[in-house]
Design a protein. Structure first.
Length: 479
């Protein structure tokens, strides 16, 4: 079956019918099943909508934005969630920060500033792909301690540089060259963003929240303690990750011995920075300062990003047409807002609390080491059900910490394991944190590849932090 309309651009391919019908069947079967003991019918129906939505993002019978709007429609038509709560997530600061990051990245590319920065990286480290990878990894690490938004750091600072490199090396999914360099750097630096988020208390917004929750249960964790505990396993993770990614998602471009000289020649041809580049750089530095010191200045990261975008519009660096034509930004805006709404409502309906109660009953008789391992793994992989690290922490961290401490686990390693997992968990999906949809929206990897690689890397991360972190924390006397 193939229906086309040249006037409307409508196209329905028969290959999409099977996953669509499969989703409908799964939805109906789950919807009419009786809810598990302890859950209301409304909570079970919400869980059904959420599971079906996640499956639809994998099977993609329609674009993700379209499937997300269908989920919204089902929530409203079945009266599972009222209108006000459904639409509330579209005003979420994290969603608008994502959109702003997309548009700021457009400024780097349009002005050529991204290319200029990329040439500097190539001139210094461009003899091979691994050199580029470690240079960008180091950049993430340098920014991490003072950037309390992993989205601002990853999507606003590092991502535009990656896109500049991809452009200069001719790696573009539009012409089928995504594996030349782009897919490697995009997936690697997203995972690096997740790891640096785990290394410092101030590296992501959720970390101070979990420290506050831990303090309520008698476990105090300062900035210095967190940094000391995570620096050794974190550095080990960052050193090994580019090599791991080189094996599981290898770039086609391996060695470029002539690249540094070529880059220096390009920089010479570019000449001095033009007015738009200077303006873009000034806005970039201003945003960097606001993102780093925003907590002390009382400036929200999203407010700073939107203000920066306005400055680019006023100065003419970006035109309004650039904003409305950035389709990836607005597509992401829709599906990310819907996922945040669904995950928030899951917690409000008591589903996450119900899950934690059953976990406590299941592991209560085990040795504390087994409890800590099991709970940490379950906590990490339940992030498949969350579109925000902060929402995940709010919903489950306190419950899972209580389960572990009740089983006799040492308090400090327990908070650290769960705290690190609160960041590492974001690497398994393309919607798990604010930076994820920005990187994924570059279209260098399909959903299946993104999830497969994210799953493999998550196992490697767990082993690195479990073994090296555990030994380091033993040396520090935490257990």
């Amino acid at each position: 079956m193939n229906m086309n309309s040249s006037s409307s651009g409508f196209k329905w391919e028969g290959a999409k019918i099977t996953p669509l019908l499969s989703l409908i069947v799964i939805f109906l079967v789950l919807w009419y099943l009786p809810p598990p003991t302890g859950l209301t019918v409304k909570a079970w129906h919400l869980f059904t909508i959420f599971i079906t939505t996640i499956l639809s993002l994998i099977l993609k019978p329609l674009p993700m934005g379209a499937m997300s709007l269908i989920a919204v429609s089902v929530c409203l038509m079945t009266k599972t969630i009222p209108m006000g709560q459904v639409l509330a997530s579209f005003s979420s600061g994290i969603v608008w920060l994502i959109v702003s990051a997309f548009l700021l990245a457009r400024g780097f590319i349009k002005t050529g500033l991204g290319s200029r920065i990329a040439y500097h990286f190539v001139s210094m480290l461009g003899k091979n792909t691994l050199g580029l990878a470690y240079g960008l990894t180091f950049t993430e690490l340098v920014f991490a301690p003072g950037t309390p938004s992993n989205t601002a750091r990853g999507a606003g600072i590092v991502y535009p540089i990656i896109m500049g490199l991809n452009k200069e090396y001719g790696s573009d999914p539009k012409d089928g060259t995504e594996r030349k360099l782009g897919s490697y750097l995009i997936k690697l630096l997203f995972q690096v963003n997740v790891i640096t988020s785990a290394m410092f208390l101030t590296a992501t917004a959720g970390n101070p929240l979990l420290v506050s929750i831990a303090a309520d249960q008698g476990v105090e964790l300062s900035w210095g303690v967190w940094a000391m505990a995570c620096i050794v396993p974190g550095l080990a993770n960052l050193i090994l990750l580019p090599l791991i990614m080189f094996v599981i998602n290898p770039p086609e471009l391996r060695s470029t011995p002539e690249a540094p000289g070529f880059a220096r020649q390009k920089l010479k041809e570019l000449g001095p920075m033009n007015l738009h580049e200077i303006m873009m750089m000034m806005v970039f530095l201003l945003l960097l300062c606001l993102w780093v010191f925003g907590t002390y200045l009382g400036v929200d990261a999203t407010a700073a990003a939107l203000s920066g975008l306005c400055l680019l519009l006023i100065s003419g660096v970006l035109k309004w047409d650039d904003v409305i034509k950035e389709k990836s930004a607005w597509d992401t805006f829709i599906w990310m807002a819907v996922l945040i709404m669904l995950s928030t409502q899951l917690a409000k309906c008591g589903i996450t609390g119900w899950f934690g109660t059953h976990m406590q009953a299941a592991v209560g008789s085990l040795h504390w080491t087994a409890v800590l391992i099991i709970i940490s793994l379950v906590y990490l992989y339940t992030h498949y059900f969350f579109a925000s690290m902060t929402a995940h922490i709010s919903a489950l961290f306190g419950t899972f910490l209580t389960v572990c401490l009740a089983a006799g686990t040492p308090p400090m390693p327990t908070v650290l394991f769960l705290g690190v997992a609160s960041s590492l968990c974001a690497g398994i999906t393309h919607y798990g944190t604010g930076a994820a949809p920005v990187y994924f929206g570059s279209n260098y990897l399909k959903v299946g590849s993104w999830w497969r690689i994210g799953g493999i890397v998550s196992v490697c991360n767990v082993v690195i932090w479990g073994v090296i972190g555990g030994l380091w924390w033993k040396i520090l006397g935490y257990w």
